[in-house]
Design a protein around this ligand. Structure first.
Ligand SMILES: Nc1ncnc2c1ncn2[C@@H]1O[C@H](COP(=O)(O)OP(=O)(O)O)[C@@H](O)[C@H]1O
Ligand SMILES: [Mg+2]
Length: 387
């Protein structure tokens, strides 16, 4: 779009009859239009080059360049400008053809000034509308491009981070295995700090990466038979150092489910557990308790990650699943986070034909529940990938 001052009420009147220019010009000017006049087509083209007009009124028959040619010029070069044709009784057919070529309307001579004014207002309105639509489209396109760039950037950076993190993890393990002299309390404590923070970094990077994969539609579950209770026990064990560091009691995984076998993507389920347990630990003060309960029947399995922490007030029970949403409060300011964990959990549940919901209050702590169909057949309408 050209960067010109765009005034919808700027009107160009083109007619070889000077009296028409004078009367129409005066009338429209008194209605607040900015009027420019021209006595022939060539001069009109020149004026159109100099500035943008919202509305053009043109006579059809003029010497040299007629109204039809002028109309074609406007349609090719000024897409939003509305063109109206002045026509005499003998040229009505020509005016109708002009409508086919993209004129907004025509007005037969002799015409009244009210008619002219009404038409000018209508066309200025059309012009504004087209302009606004074009601006919005332009903004949307620019926004979509920026959004795509941002997503690619986030995805690339998290990929880049994974390699060095992996190598730090390996080096740390090797250090623990090959240096038996590293047994004094101070060194142990340092290694523990490194381990815990590495785990935290790894899970943040995994979350960001999975988040961008979900946005791209590239986080597709691969279903396998798996034991959810065993995975929950493993997750609790992996998080053991964090429980110790935070002074929180890790309760044994309880399972009243008749076996916890389900058909699901193990990597996705691990992400769900890490996020829910990570939250439970993060939002539970020292001395609190965190646990996992499994229950369910033949068709579905229920898993609840519970804690005795700060809880979530009822008005936020749905909102916490929105992308980037974090309940405002001092504990979050202290603990950080990015607000994407629960939105990932929700997407994973949707891809598995399951659901997730919150039961929580600031007095009792939180229970984050998930329900999953035992097998792929139990979910109606899903394809092989559950989407
Ligand atoms: N177990 C919990 N106890 C209290 N608040 C929670 C719990 N789990 C989630 N929340 C609230 O939901 C918000 C969103 O969680 P999440 O999407 O995992 O983001 P993050 O952990 O990065 O803040 C948290 O910031 C917190 O306000
Ligand atoms: Mg979280």
């Amino acid at each position: 779009m050209k960067d010109r001052a765009l005034n919808p009420k700027k009107v160009l009147i083109v007619d070889d009859d000077e009296s028409i220019l004078r009367v129409c010009g005066r009338t429209l000017a008194s209605e607040g239009f900015e009027v420019v006049t021209s006595q022939n087509g060539e001069d009109a083209v020149k004026k159109l080059k100099e500035s943008e007009f919202g509305v053009v009124f043109t006579d059809l028959t003029m010497p040299e360049m007629g109204g039809k040619e002028l109309l074609k010029h406007v349609r090719q070069n000024h897409s939003f400008t509305c063109v109206n044709i002045f026509t005499g009784a003998s040229t009505v057919e020509g005016a109708v053809e002009c409508m086919r070529l993209g004129a907004c309307d025509y007005i037969s001579k002799p015409f009244g000034m009210n008619e002219l004014t009404a038409m000018a207002f209508r066309c200025a309105g059309h012009y504004s509308h087209h302009l606004e639509t074009a601006r919005l489209n332009h903004d949307i396109t620019a926004y979509a491009e920026l959004d795509k760039l941002k997503s690619e950037f986030v995805s690339n950076v998290s990929h880049e981070l994974r390699t060095p993190l992996f190598s730090i993890g390996g080096a740390l393990d090797l250090l623990l295995q090959t240096m038996p002299e590293l047994t004094d309390a101070a060194s142990k404590k340092l290694v523990e700090v490194m381990h815990n923070n590495l785990a935290r970094l790894n899970s943040t990077v995994a979350n960001v990466l999975n988040f961008s994969r979900i946005e791209k539609g590239a986080f597709i579950p691969v279903f396998k038979n798996m034991d959810l209770a065993a995975l929950a026990r493993k997750a609790m064990k992996d998080l053991h150092p964090l429980f110790v560091q935070r002074g929180i009691s890790a309760e044994p995984v309880s399972s009243s489910a008749a076996g916890a076998m389900i058909e699901a993507d193990p990597e996705h389920m691990e992400q769900v557990l890490i996020n829910l347990l990570g939250n439970a630990i993060k939002f539970t003060p020292r001395g609190g308790r965190v646990g996992v309960e499994l229950s369910g029947g033949a068709d579905a399995i229920l898993m609840c990650v519970w804690d005795t922490g700060c809880g979530i007030a009822p008005q936020y029970h749905k909102k916490v699943f929105d992308r980037f949403y974090q309940v405002d409060g001092s504990i979050i300011r202290e603990t950080g986070g990015s607000g994407i964990g629960l939105s990932i959990v929700k997407s994973i549940m949707e891809m598995h034909g399951g659901s997730v919901w919150v039961e929580s209050s600031p007095e009792t702590g939180s229970r984050i529940n998930i329900s999953l169909p035992r097998s792929r057949q139990k979910k109606e309408g899903g394809n092989h990938y559950g989407i």
